[in-house]
Design a protein. Sequence first.
Length: 310
Amino acid sequence: MNIHNILVAGSYEKEFQEQLPANTSQSFRFKQVADITEEDLSWADAYVGSKPCRGFRLADMKWVHSFNAGVNNYLEIDGWKGHEILLTRTVCSFGQRISEYCLSYVLRDLQAHHYFEGKQREKEWAPKTPQMMKDQTIVIYGTGEIGQEAARVFSSFGSAVYGVSQSGKPKDYFEKVVRTSSASTLDAEADWIISTLPLTKETSKLFNREFFSHLNGAVFINVGRGHTVDEQSLIEALNSKKVRYAVLDVLETEPLPETSELWGRDDIIITPHISAVTELNEAISCFWDTLKRIENNDAIPNRVDFLKGY
């Protein structure tokens, strides 16, 4: 594939120049998403950015590269298969960032931070034995790069870590991986459920009333996509204690409206989609690496599988 003209959605010329490889032959055009015109799209055979611009046309492109790990905003555009366009996504330190995010909340709970903070305010000396990671059963939905890194981190502490995926294919760091359709037994035994799932037709509202009915007081952490969760079903599960509490970094609607009842619940922790912030220099580095692979006809590990949706 020969790439000549690359349209970058964002004013990132300085950052791109800082990583510019020698002998780069492509022409670049940097425009804010809102300022991209039909002429820009007609000029480009590659598009790089976090989201498609208004009037985005697949027919003009050979390659689209997302600055994000998730590509559901691009896949909402019809016609990918018919045009045989290469779609790639950013893969960088997301796995490490998300693993550290999840680990922080697990340790916060096991070490009883909230309990001891309360006792300190009350000036009460009230010992309580912290729990240990080795006694925890963790079920991770999604066994790709991010899920595997989370499994590596938790298994290094001695936790029993199981994976759930569409294929059920064995992966490193998981004691066992099962298909989504066969996960109810694992879910019932879990102390922690962590979702790293992308948004696809199969994962939309996967975490629904039926799913939560199998839990027995697990903590639910969502660092994947908000639309994988039926929020009303989650609320019902919290009310019935099927879910002990939830940590939500992604929501159905972002930013979360002030009127949402999720804000006021003591059994929900909300963070504003920060578990895997895209670091610009890393994203640009991933772009250059992908371009090099395209030019050399090398394997492209961050290529999106349209059947899977990621």
